[in-house]
Design a binder for this molecule. Structure first.
Ligand code: HEM
Length: 421
């Protein structure tokens, strides 16, 4: 283009004509511009198990096809999540601080017993108890929104609802709820000038406040009879009650990030994609029974966690390549969800797909998301309440996307609600 910027076609052509070995999808700037798709398209077509030598995150394998991702995710005997080996993100092991133990970043048997300790908090029975509360809160949030004015959907709705739910899961005071998405953002932030944290020192200082806050909650729970929240479960369960404080904090970090970031970004993603696809929005308004399949389609399309990482414990062949013991292996869920050998018309957002839950956004195998039903429940309820109230939520500007190759989300999404029903 005359102004020096690059068109989508030019960017696509550049990717398809580059030497394969130069392809490096793990670039936060690409994700922030939503410009990583051509790299994944080419890798799935020509190098589905692909080695990147250099780049910001050092050498790593990219697994980009749906079935290969399943093969890695369900083979925890060979592909380890251990935090001591670098854990579950591509940047794990590269930070300048000791890695935090947490059960998502552990292998059996330690993983299994800790997962069991907190799972009852999101059991179907508990979700049934939480549903009326989530509905009441969703209604109150929506009733408080301005009409005819531009506002940030992320701040007023997505963060607010998921923060309330998470505070309930932790039995933390509701007035402290907004600390939770803030801390979650700090955990996943890459320190940079103008960012949510500007330096590693600042990040670690905020971690101290965060940890101190949760130590108080632990002390309250450990000295009281067991209750149905996750902190009480951790404090009383035989598998977790004697955990070192650092391991308790690691698990709190896992539950904070898992419990709000992902759902928050899917709530924002649903408004964004329904606006980009007005025919789908019209279909939903005409038939609210499509809400559950729209929710699953949005979880696929958004893929709120773009990847999970593993470390190979032994040499293994995959897709004609030899992955060596100690290699870093990245399962790009964001790419697997666009694999047209498994999902029909994967680049289209279709809210009444035949098999909407056939996505890979929650992972597979022993680490499959523990909170998947809670995420779906919150999304279903907010949309049931939206459709009762507003004929339309209109996206009125460009969203600001996260600078991350892990969290695929929206920092801001400007919207306007023209009128109530
Ligand atoms: C694990 C995605 C919501 C808690 C995971 C994994 C993914 C994921 C990809 C790892 C799977 C694997 O390695 O195979 C999502 C998405 C969500 C969501 C896309 C929303 C749309 C939630 C919620 C909670 C939660 C609401 C709150 C309780 C967890 C936990 C794990 C996990 C604790 C670790 C499980 C384990 O290691 O056994 N999630 N998640 N997630 N998620 Fe979620």
């Amino acid at each position: 283009m005359a102004d020096g910027s690059v068109t989508l076609d030019e960017a696509r052509n550049a990717v398809w004509s580059a030497p394969l070995e130069s392809l490096d999808p793990a670039q936060p700037a690409l994700f922030q511009q939503d410009a990583m798709w051509p790299i994944f398209d080419r890798l799935r077509a020509e190098a589905p198990v692909h080695f990147t030598e250099g780049g910001e995150y050092g050498p790593y394998w990219s697994i980009t096809r749906y079935n290969d991702i399943m093969a890695v995710d369900t083979n925890h005997q060979v592909f380890s999540s251990d935090f001591l080996l670098g854990g579950i993100t591509i940047g794990g092991g590269q930070q300048n601080f000791e890695p935090l133990p947490m059960f998502i970043a552990m292998d059996p048997p330690r993983h299994d017993v800790q997962r069991k300790a907190v799972s009852p908090a999101v059991s179907p029975a508990n979700l049934q108890l939480m549903a009326p509360l989530i509905r009441e809160r969703a209604g109150a949030i929506l009733d408080g929104l301005p009409i005819g004015e531009t506002f940030d959907w992320v701040d007023l709705v997505s963060k607010e609802l998921t923060a309330m739910t998470l505070a309930t899961l932790f039995d933390a005071p509701q007035e402290d709820r907004r600390k939770l998405p803030y801390w979650s953002d700090v955990v996943t932030a890459i320190p940079m000038p103008g960012g949510i944290v500007e330096s590693l020192e600042q990040k670690l200082e905020i971690f101290q406040e965060y940890q101190a806050y949760f130590n108080v909650l632990w002390n309250q729970k450990v000295n009281a009879p067991p209750t149905g929240d996750m902190i009480s479960m951790l404090a009383h369960h035989p598998a977790t009650r004697d955990m070192a404080p650092r391991e308790y904090f690691g698990n709190v970090v896992l539950l904070t990030v898992g419990g709000n970031d992902t759902t928050r970004n899917t709530i924002s993603g649903s408004v964004f994609e329904l606006n980009r696809n007005p025919d789908q929005y019209a279909k939903l308004r005409a038939d609210p029974s499509l809400i559950p399949s729209m929710v699953s389609e949005t979880i696929r399309y958004q893929t709120p966690l773009a990847h999970m990482r593993r470390t190979a414990l032994e040499d293994i062949e995959l897709g004609g390549q030899i992955i060596r013991k100690g290699d870093k292996v990245v399962m790009w869920y964001v790419s697997g969800n666009r694999d047209d050998s498994v999902i029909e018309r994967p680049n289209d957002y279709i809210i009444d797909r035949e098999r909407p839950r056939q996505h890979i956004s929650f992972g597979f195998g022993i680490h499959r998301c523990v909170g998947n039903r809670l995420a779906e429940l919150q999304l279903q309820i907010i949309w049931e309440e939206i459709l009762k109230r507003f004929p339309e939520i209109v996206v009125v500007g460009e969203p600001k996307r996260s600078y991350s190759v892990f969290v695929r989300g929206f920092e801001t999404l400007p919207v306007m609600i023209p009128r109530r029903l």
